[in-house]
Structure formats: C-alpha cells, structure tokens
Design a protein around this ligand. Structure first.
Ligand SMILES: [Zn+2]
Ligand SMILES: [Zn+2]
Ligand SMILES: [Zn+2]
Length: 362
C-alpha cells in the first residue's frame, strides 16, 4: 500500500483544567493559560479545511513537538530551548505521532448557537463571537474508517443441529456397513457361467476454447479475441497502472496539525485473450463382450486426429450355491480362466451377499 498525502489540516485539543477547546497550534490554553500536557491528545475539528500556510506545513513535516522535561511546555521539534523556561530540550520527550484521528471531514458543518447568549456561530468556531464563551464540541462522526474486511457468515444454530444430525446418521451407516461386510460365512458354489468385457477408449484431437494472457499464449493458439482485464494489484505505482485509493483519513503529526492521507494500490491491466487450441478429449468407448475364455480387444479403425486411450478389462463368474446366486469378479484373465463351468468352489460370502474370496473345493 502506498500512503499518499492529500494535505494538512488543523487539529484541536481540550484543556483538562478548564475544558476550553484550543487550536492544535496553541501550546497554552487560551482561556486559563495552562500548558497542554503530553497525555492530552489532539482531536479532529468539525470541518477540516486544507492548510495553505507553507510555514505551518513545514513545521508539521519537521516531526512531532517535544515536551520540556522541566516545565512540560510543548515546543516545536526544531527548538533547542524551551520557550517558557529556556531549559535545554535535547532530552525532551517527543509527542506520540502517526495515529489516525478519524476520517477526513470535508463537508461543511451547521452553525451552532451559544448556550450563554444565544448568538449563532460557525460550526467550526471554538469561542462565541458575541460573548467569548467556549462553544460545545460538535458531534463528530465515528473515528477511524475501518478497512473493509469481509466477515464470514456464521451458521445458524438450527443449521448446526441439522448438520450434526446428518453427520451422526452417516457415521452410524458407515459402522453398519463395516460390520455387515466383515462378517462372512462359507458356502460351496458351482460355476454356472462366465463373462468378460474388454473396452478401449478412443480419443480425438478437438479445438478447445481457453483464456490466457497474451504473453503466455501457447505457440499454436488461434486467437479469437482479446480484451483488457485486471491482471494483478500491486502496492507500488507503475507506468500505466490504475491508481485506486481508499477514503482519506487524518493522522496526528504530533504538532497540532493533522496530515490527511489516503492508502492507494495500483491495478495493472493487461490483454486477456480467448483462443482455441487442439486438445485430446474422450471421443468414444468401444466394447467387446463374451461368455467364453477367449476374450478379444476391440480394434476399431481410427480416423485422422484420433488415438487409443485407456484400456479396461472386466471379468465375472456366476455361482450357484444351494439355490442362491453369487457373482465374483476376478482381477485378471489368469484367475478368470480357472472357472470352468461346473467346477466347485468355496465362497466366502459376507452379510451383504458379496463374495470376498474364492478357493477351490478339494
Ligand atoms: Zn484551560
Ligand atoms: Zn520548560
Ligand atoms: Zn455567546
């Protein structure tokens, strides 16, 4: 993030002894003469006009004011001697600076009535123009513009109960399946028949639409169209970048003058292109089946821009055991070829009627 200075504005402080509001640049209370203590913070004025006085701006840039270690009086950072007691200021403590005092107040504020004499005064006035009484502080808007943070939406209580309920049921179902499938019994089965299924995938080279930045396009890309799009956002300025700035806010410089700043980021736009390129995609699945021990791979003729993809083989053996049917799926042809019709096998069957393993019945 780059901090940009919008300008400088006056701040104010409230005298803790008499409650009078004083200009930020005033180091002593205009009403009772007390020096501003170092723990009395500067506040925003109701309407912040940008300061034109170059000398004042230079003072604000010079660094936070310091408090005399002997009498406590506020002195500019550039002073060597206390303006009040002439003490040496080389060990003086600098005021706290850099903290945000609030969102920049640009808009005009309504006039206020003096509570003593009733005279109308400008909303920014500290003292009544008619009787000199201190004027009350105007309502200030909320402090500090918060950076926008997206808060994750919380789940409602009901939704949480329903979710826990569903998770519980799923867990019970899983446990039931594990129990049912792990309990097995042995039956003797006779092979009734077999079947095999051999498949081969045909892939075809087809044009596929895709998007890519112009400098990252594949060599064989056929460009359809390009447009400007946001490629990335960076913290520092760059030629051609689009500056995006947040709400201006006022920062305490420790001098009674506030610096109005803006946090900015820089958006880099680039050419995003839609193009087509040739990619291998699934085109067709060719399958041969049979119920013998001589399986064959399908061998279709390929067109131009086609190739064979993945091959799959599957086998099934059908058993009859005391009038019940069971299906067993051997892993490979070697195993499959042993299941002659009429041969007898011991089947390990679980409660879900799945055949877990098969051994010859000797
Ligand atoms: Zn005072
Ligand atoms: Zn002093
Ligand atoms: Zn008045």
């Amino acid at each position: 993030m780059t901090k940009k200075t919008v300008g400088y504005v006056h701040l104010e402080w409230e005298c803790p002894s008499c409650g009078t509001r004083n200009k930020g640049v005033d180091k002593m209370c205009r009403s009772c003469g007390a020096a501003q203590p170092d723990d009395v913070q500067f506040e925003q004025v109701a309407q912040e006009a940008l300061i034109q006085d170059e000398k004042l701006i230079a003072q604000a840039k010079a660094g936070p004011d310091v408090h005399c270690p002997f009498c406590g009086t506020r002195n500019p950072a550039t002073a060597d001697q206390c303006s009040q007691c002439l003490a040496d200021l080389s060990d003086a403590k600098a005021r706290e600076a850099g903290q945000m005092v609030g969102a920049h107040q640009k808009s005009a504020v309504p006039d206020v009535a003096c509570s003593f004499c009733g005279a109308m005064n400008a909303g920014t006035a500290l003292h009544c123009v008619h009787c000199g009484a201190a004027l009350p502080k105007q309502n200030r808007p909320e402090k500090a513009p918060q950076p926008q943070a997206k808060r994750a939406a919380g789940m409602s209580k009901t939704a949480r109960y329903v979710l826990f309920g569903i998770l519980g049921l799923v867990a019970i179902a899983c446990i039931a399946i594990i129990i049912l499938s792990s309990r097995t019994e042995e039956v003797v089965g006779e092979v009734q028949g077999v079947s095999w299924e051999y498949s081969v995938l045909i892939e075809a080279l087809v044009p596929v639409e895709a998007q890519e930045w112009r400098d990252e396009l594949p060599d064989d890309a056929e460009i359809l169209s390009c447009r400007q799009a946001l490629r990335r956002t960076q913290q520092n300025p760059a030629p051609g970048a689009q500056e995006v700035c947040g709400t201006p806010y006022t920062v305490d410089t420790g001098t009674g003058v506030g610096e109005v700043v803006q946090d900015c980021v820089y958006e880099i736009y680039d050419e995003l292109c839609t193009y087509t390129e040739l990619q291998w995609r699934d085109f067709d699945l060719v399958t041969l089946t049979g119920d013998d021990f001589a399986p064959e791979w399908p061998n279709p003729t390929l067109a131009q821009d086609q190739r064979f993809g993945a091959e799959t083989e599957a086998y099934e053996v059908y058993f009859n055991a005391d009038g019940r049917s069971y299906t067993y799926r051997p892993d490979d042809f070697n195993e499959y070829s042993q299941f002659e019709t009429g041969s007898r096998w011991i089947l390990e069957v679980n409660a879900l009627n799945n055949v877990r393993s098969v051994t010859p019945d000797r």
